[in-house]
Unconditional design. Structure first.
Length: 648
């Protein structure tokens, strides 16, 4: 393998905080490397140093000579009045620089022979054409539009196009999926999987990481560990490493106790062997007292009591410039319901959230809310507070004490500690927090208000993998309602019961299942496109049934038996989902015997297959019924009550 990058003895500190020390690793041609670590461990700083945007305190970064390197930063710095196409060519890519220099030379009438050779070497002649092609694939069609007019997701796609157009040999990506919708994440996943570029990236999207990367570098306790495999392999081997470390500490602790007892019995250390043993005691003591700073976010906050009436939307409509973003949306939420929202960027997802929370007035329709409902709205744009405030003061502005699920009252300082802000970090100014730390503080300020109806718009952006896992567990046990907009497919699959799918012109369809189930259904519809010429919808067309695809059966009513099956399926799906959750907990408990592990693994496969079959059967019957999910159907399955819900 040809070495492309070599990092030697890299160190970086900010004041008394050491991010990493003496890091050593290399990246070879064709490798796809992900860097994982806790928030604040220096992932972005490490990428910035490697890309030449920052300087280390010590050590060196060496790229192979003449290597073409591209870099996608987490935050762009585009001027608001810069046109899209110009922004794409504002990158530091050597190919882009050569194009700019060549164009200036032509305009000034200078000799371009040498520059022409460089244009050949960098394959830069068709750079503009490639830029427009990639922008089009990323759904950016107006190349003259100003950057200040674009949404966060659109700006991210322009920056992404700038990193990809030169087809670099080595591509550095810092959180490439942040602010992208799921369709764009999957497009990028496919693009990078086929690309010949060597990759070094930071990402918290576990499906993306699992499918794109083949090497994972973990920065832990200021040290570096390398795992040559995908994310699933990393999780397995990381647990083995930590278990081995803990076992070594336990052995050293036992040895330390014996040596300490021996030393206390010795009047003095006169003999050579005795002195040697005493000298070795210091090393034993250090190993015995080694500790993993393995702090983990502890949420456990109590939610306010929730009454019978939750929230109901009636015929909500909202349009801008004649385009409907939400059109006649009606739904009644029930206790314990967990809803995911999917759709392209700009389709109206955030508009719906703002309508439900009352921060945006509808053109028509209304939202009614129960008296006991306390909404916690986690916005995509994050926390907006005085940058010069200390962390503890931000929290104290909300409450002095926080009620926990076990009945305990925690002071603000104690609660901050649960969110990995120890007393020293509580004095930190907000402006000095990392992106992940700011997100953690924002989540804390939302939960301190003890909401019982959580609305989370891209909650996983900038959160580390460990914090996301804790948040997932909390949301799965949350007794109130949860609405989630997220590009993180793994996060959605673990939490939501059903989906609101945004279609064209503001239509929102209910899908009774996970994102992966919905994606499988869409892929089946895509395979029908060459024959039907129809665009797939969130609900299956009648042609999806087992009759010949070229024959569209006439609309008919459900038979008595089909009606009973249709109404029973949601309850059956709910039972299967509960069984699946119980099986997951058993399989990851580490308490099963080998025989039970085999049996439960087999049952897990059967349950997953049954869920898929029943979801598709429900969709078939739903299309025949030609009815929105109302009264007896989906609302009962997700709420366990007699409520009604319909989606326009």
């Amino acid at each position: 393998m040809i070495p492309y990058l070599q990092v030697e003895n890299l160190s970086k500190s900010f004041g008394d905080l050491t991010l990493f020390s003496d890091l050593k690793f290399g990246v070879g041609e064709g490798q796809r490397v992900a860097v994982v670590a806790r928030n604040g461990a220096g992932k972005t700083t490490l990428l910035n140093i490697i890309a030449g945007r920052d300087t280390p305190d010590g050590g060196s970064v060496t790229f192979r000579r003449d290597l073409r390197v591209g870099f996608l930063e987490q935050l762009d710095g585009f001027p608001p009045d810069m046109p899209v196409l110009q922004a794409v060519f504002a990158s530091d890519s050597p190919a882009v620089k050569i194009v700019s220099e060549y164009e200036r030379a032509v305009l000034e009438g200078r000799d371009v022979a040498a520059l022409s050779e460089q244009m050949d070497a960098h394959r830069a002649w068709d750079c503009e054409q490639r830029a427009k092609q990639i922008l089009t694939q990323l759904r950016i069609g107006d190349f003259d539009r100003r950057m200040g007019e674009l949404s966060g997701g659109q700006r991210k796609r322009v920056a992404l196009a700038g990193a990809l157009i030169s087809e670099p040999d080595f591509l550095i990506l810092d959180e490439p999926t942040n602010h992208l919708d799921i369709d764009m994440v999957e497009w990028l996943e496919g693009y990078l999987s086929k690309s010949r570029s060597t990759l070094l990236m930071v990402t918290h999207d576990r499906y993306f990481l699992d499918r794109v990367c083949n090497v994972i570098i973990e920065v832990d306790q200021q040290r570096l560990f390398t795992y040559r495999g995908n994310f699933s392999y990393f999780l397995e081997k990381r647990e083995e490493r930590i278990a081995a470390f803990n076992a070594e500490v336990d052995r050293a602790a036992n040895l330390f106790r014996r040596e300490l007892e021996w030393i206390r019995r010795q009047p003095s250390a006169r003999g050579t062997k005795i002195k040697s043993r005493v000298n070795a005691f210091g090393e034993v003591k250090a190993r015995a007292h080694a500790k993993r700073q393995d702090g983990q976010v502890e949420i456990g906050v109590r939610s306010a009591r929730l009454g019978k009436k939750i929230m109901e939307a009636k015929n909500l409509c909202k349009a801008y410039d004649g385009k409907a973003y939400v059109d006649k949306f009606s739904y009644e939420f029930k206790r314990g319901e967990k809803v995911g929202i999917v759709g392209k960027n700009g389709s109206g997802k955030t508009t719906l959230l703002n309508l439900l929370t009352g921060s945006l007035r509808p053109d028509s329709g209304h939202v009614s809310r129960g008296e006991t409902v306390v909404v916690g709205y986690y916005r995509q744009e994050g926390i907006t507070v005085n940058e010069n405030k200390r962390v503890i003061d931000v929290a104290r502005d909300i409450a002095e004490y926080v009620k926990m699920g076990d009945g305990a009252n925690l002071s603000v300082s104690q609660f901050l500690n649960h969110f990995l802000f120890p007393p020293s970090a509580q004095q930190t100014l907000v402006r000095n927090l990392s992106g992940g730390e700011r997100r953690r503080l924002y989540l804390l300020t939302i939960l301190m208000r003890q909401p019982n109806f959580l609305i989370l718009d891209e909650p996983t952006n900038d959160l580390d993998l460990m914090t996301m896992a804790v948040l997932e567990d909390y949301l799965r046990e949350f007794e109130g309602c949860v609405i989630i907009v997220s590009h993180d497919r793994y996060f959605m699959d673990k939490i939501v019961d059903h989906l609101f799918v945004f279609e064209d012109v503001g239509k929102i369809k209910d899908f009774p299942g996970s994102y992966t189930g919905y994606r499988s259904y869409r892929q089946q519809q895509d395979r029908l496109l060459p024959r039907t010429g129809q665009q797939p919808a969130a609900s299956p067309p009648a042609e999806r049934r087992r009759s010949a695809p070229e024959r569209s059966p006439e609309r008919r009513k459900l038979s008595f038996a089909e009606r009973r099956e249709y109404e029973a399926l949601p309850d059956e799906l709910k039972q299967l989902e509960h069984e699946k959750l119980a099986l997951e907990q058993q399989l990851t408990s580490g308490l099963l015997s080998p025989q039970d592990l085999t049996l439960q693994s087999k049952r897990m496969g059967e349950v997953v297959d049954e869920i898929g079959e029943k979801e598709l059967r429900w969709l078939e019957l739903d299309e025949i019924a030609a009815l929105p999910p109302t009264a007896a159907a989906v609302a009962n399955s997700f709420t366990g009550g007699d409520g009604k819900g319909e989606i326009g």
